[in-house]
Ligand binder design. Structure first.
Ligand SMILES: [Zn+2]
Length: 79
């Protein structure tokens, strides 16, 4: 079963459409039930949208991904 931390863990793959179908289903099921994760996904997408870099994935370097993940994890309640 998907937990909030799993959403954080898989958000990059979700945005990049790289998740396998089972993982994708679990993630969407969780975000459907969890307002925090729903907001998290929306915020993340909007952030990429605003910067206009969604199409240019090279923008999201491993360093940025790492920092984003730390930032986002700090916003989620501890498991
Ligand atoms: Zn959640």
């Amino acid at each position: 079963m998907f937990m909030c931390k799993d959403v954080v863990e898989n958000i990059m793959g979700y945005i990049d459409n790289e998740l396998d179908l089972d993982t994708l289903k679990e993630l969407e099921k969780h975000t459907g039930d969890c307002p925090e994760c729903m907001a998290f996904v929306k915020t993340y997408k909007r952030m990429l949208d605003i910067t206009g870099k969604l199409k240019n994935k090279t923008f999201v370097t491993p360093e940025i991904r790492k920092r984003l993940k730390v930032l986002l994890q700090s916003k989620l309640k501890p498991v």
